[in-house]
Design a protein around this ligand. Structure first.
Ligand SMILES: [Zn+2]
Length: 241
């Protein structure tokens, strides 16, 4: 295998590892991140608070209706059981009964409205609970998927690491130093393949002497534009894994 092909294949392994490492980082970032659930959780909490509030309103009004009914029962009894003899007092009790009935009627109307509000808010809460459950199930499914993918990424990285160790044992020290130096300076890409005589790293057409030498794939040739090492690209025996 030629010097440039060795480096080209090493580049393929390293680029693949870089992609996988980026993906592993993104997966780690997404694992346990429940930010996407926040709005649906907030909506559920708000619906719950609104339902509790409506129930409390209904409880207060019902309590008041009960209190008025109890008062009416006592006053009605006093009106008819002969315990009150004073006519003025009897008239006063009659007035009290009449006005209490009016007030209670108003409260009963309010109670019906409060019951309707409770029904509405319970329905909203039930819908919010369903939406939350759905979102949490979906979230858990995506977390499970991420965990599975993480396992796969980790094992692919291990395979590539082993392959890399074998590869670099075969590469002359000076070539490896050159490769690492350029890779560091050029965003991880030291060796660029050519497709239709175009450097795939910088998209500039290669011509003349450099093109001829690079196409032979034996000697080290730098791209005149991006200064990476040029390689004829993945063809025939160069394609492996
Ligand atoms: Zn280039």
């Amino acid at each position: 295998m030629s010097r440039t092909t060795q480096l080209f294949e090493l580049q393929q392994v390293d680029s693949q590892s870089d992609d996988l490492l980026r993906r592993a980082l993104a997966i780690n970032h997404a694992l346990g991140d429940a930010e996407s659930l926040r709005s649906v959780r907030d909506e559920h909490a708000a619906a719950n608070a609104a339902a509790v509030e409506a129930q409390e309103q209904l409880r207060v009004i019902s309590h008041e209706v009960d209190r008025l009914s109890a008062h009416l029962a006592i006053q009605s009894k006093r009106l008819y059981d002969g315990s009150v003899k004073n006519p003025k007092e009897l008239v006063a009790i009659e007035h009290d009964v009449a006005s209490t009935k009016q007030i209670r009627a108003t409260h009963e109307d309010q109670m019906l409205e409060a019951m309707e509000l409770v029904d509405q808010r319970q329905a909203t809460l039930a819908a919010a609970a369903r939406a939350l459950e759905l979102a949490e199930t979906e979230w858990q499914r995506s977390q499970d998927g991420l965990l599975e993918e993480k396992d796969s990424v980790d094992s692919q990285l291990r395979v590539l690491r082993t392959r890399r160790e074998k590869m670099i044992a075969e590469i002359p020290w000076a070539d490896l130093q050159l490769y690492e130096k350029i890779r560091k300076a050029k965003h991880g890409v030291a060796v660029a393949a050519m497709v239709n005589d175009i450097c795939q790293a910088c998209r500039v057409a290669i011509s003349g002497g450099p093109l001829r030498t690079a196409k032979q794939g034996q000697e080290i040739v730098y791209c005149p534009s991006c200064a990476r090492l040029l390689h004829p690209g993945a063809r025939g025996e160069l394609v492996r894994g």
